[in-house]
Design a protein around this ligand. Sequence first.
Ligand SMILES: [Zn+2]
Length: 84
Amino acid sequence: MAPEGVHPDERLGVDDMATRREEEFRQLAMRSQAQRAAAESAEPGTCANCGDRCLPLAVYCDPDCRADHERRLRVRARQGGAAR
Ligand SMILES: [Zn+2]
């Protein structure tokens, strides 16, 4: 019974689990932040990406437009955050 032989994954303590959950939570928060930014810049019923009419409460006409617009928002946020 050598302690060194224990696989790292089998030794996940409470701290490790908390770290994992924190990481998941952070990614979730970042994603919803991007979605919130997208929603704020859009009018429901109008696609925020191409300006087409869409479902009354939708801000994108299709998933492609959503992905495209969210990507542009992220780029803009990155460029805006950097001084140059
Ligand atoms: Zn669109």
